[in-house]
Design a protein around this ligand. Structure first.
Ligand code: PLP
Length: 403
């Protein structure tokens, strides 16, 4: 038997896990699966802005060779200007790394940092790639709780209580996947203050920073301090609906002078993979400098906002389901009354829903949420499709009693 590496024993990515595999199998058998499982806007009719597609096409001949391993100068310069818009100070071209999506840069930033047993604080629930990347790098993911009763904001007392001499940094996902929370300036400043007290690196995942509803405002933690190191991540996948382009960036800022060796490590790993996918690097400058069409989608009349409202209304009408209304991104993380529906294993619940209704959601424990009482809904399908699908979830639950 050829065994996988022990390094993978503690590495999970349930968004494409066994239930996803089952959905693919059902599709192969001819069933139509309604996918409320994945944050991939394009298949739901959310096209990337035309001008960025155009830029990739006209530059394709120039994109045949490798680039600098940190990325094209023009792309990095555009990210540098975007830092000025965000208010992140003192960022030079050299502090920016373009990657094959934020995913690659998350993996790389953990590989470059962690020794066995080093700890990283990660929110629960989380976007599970963070936990997986820490574990893969030999580190230990320590989860701090986000509080559903407080709009899913981080529980700061819990966060601080989990810091040990081995803690190297904390991850902040804002706007959040899977909860849709958008953190206030105050809570972010408090998180930065905790990081300052314990000299932690902040990893700020801001891939949804322009997908904001109602009066939500996004703040970057890196704007609040010069005393600690910040790694800020964003990319084209969500704000610009170009997930397949695989283009993301990492910005190193703050106390860089104390992180020379770590930064060398990041640069070495970036060099070893030569460079990131070049055609899509040509899209970055136009995306950041062009018309921000995402704004139209989040207006009260915009498609994303209407879908959020419809999904929220429908879900919260189902007996035993409650939900915090998301203020950013395109996910919600409803709570399900496990007593009422006799649910002991949320993966089983998601599987039963898939087999019975051909609806694919991701179970909450897949996001490192400790209890089996949540699931994630992606509100990218149209209002009509969302309404019909959530009605079917309601009907399914009428007769459901665990299994
Ligand atoms: N970070 C968060 C919070 C995400 O939700 C995702 C994708 O869903 C990613 C990072 C990965 O994005 P990319 O497509 O840039 O690799």
């Amino acid at each position: 038997m050829i065994q996988k590496s022990n390094r993978l024993l503690n590495v999970f990515y349930e968004i494409r896990g066994p239930i996803f595999e089952k959905a693919l199998e059902l599709e192969m058998q001819g069933y139509k699966i309604t996918r409320l499982n994945i944050g991939n806007p394009a298949p739901f009719g959310f096209d990337a802005p035309d001008e960025i597609i155009h830029d990739v096409i006209i530059n394709i001949r120039r994109a045949q060779g490798y680039t600098d391993s940190k990325g094209l100068f023009a792309a990095r310069k555009a990210v540098m200007h975007d830092c000025q818009r965000k208010g992140i100070p003192n960022v030079q071209i050299d502090d920016i790394y373009i990657g094959n999506g934020v995913s690659e840069l998350i993996l790389l930033s953990m590989q470059a940092l962690l020794n066995n047993g080093d700890e990283i604080l990660i929110p629960a629930p989380d976007y599970p790639l963070w936990t997986a990347s820490v574990n893969l790098a030999g580190g230990k993911a320590v989860h701090y709780r986000c509080n559903e009763a407080a709009d899913w904001f981080p529980d700061l007392a819990d966060l601080e209580s989990k810091i040990t001499p081995r803690t190297k940094g904390m991850v902040i996902i804002n706007p959040n996947n899977p909860t849709g929370a958008v953190y206030s300036e105050e809570v972010l400043r408090q998180m930065v203050a905790i990081a300052e007290r314990h000299n932690l690196i902040i990893f700020s995942d801001e891939i949804y920073d322009r997908i904001l509803y109602d009066d939500a405002v996004h703040f970057s933690p890196a704007t609040f301090s010069d005393d600690i190191l910040f790694l800020t991540f964003s990319g084209l996948s969500k704000n610009y609906r170009a997930a397949g382009f695989r283009a993301g960036w990492l910005i190193v800022s703050g106390a860089k002078y104390r992180a020379k060796s770590y930064i060398e490590g990041i640069t070495a790993l970036a060099s070893m993979r030569l460079c990131s996918n070049v055609p899509s690097q040509f899209a970055i400058q136009t995306a950041l400098g062009g018309y921000q069409s995402i704004k139209d989608l989040v207006l009260p009349t915009g498609r994303l906002r209407r879908q959020r409202d419809a999904a929220y209304e429908k879900l919260t009408q189902i007996p035993g389901i409650t939900c915090v209304k998301p203020r950013g991104a395109f996910y919600m993380f409803p709570k399900i009354d496990v007593e009422k529906y006799n649910i002991k294993d949320d993966q089983q619940f998601a599987l039963d829903l898939l087999i019975d209704q051909k609806i694919l959601v991701v179970h909450g424990t897949g996001f490192n949420w400790p209890q089996p009482d949540h699931f994630r809904v992606v509100f990218l399908p149209t209002v009509e499709e969302l309404s019909q699908t959530i009605d079917r979830i309601g009907l399914f639950l009428q007769d459901y009693s665990g299994s």
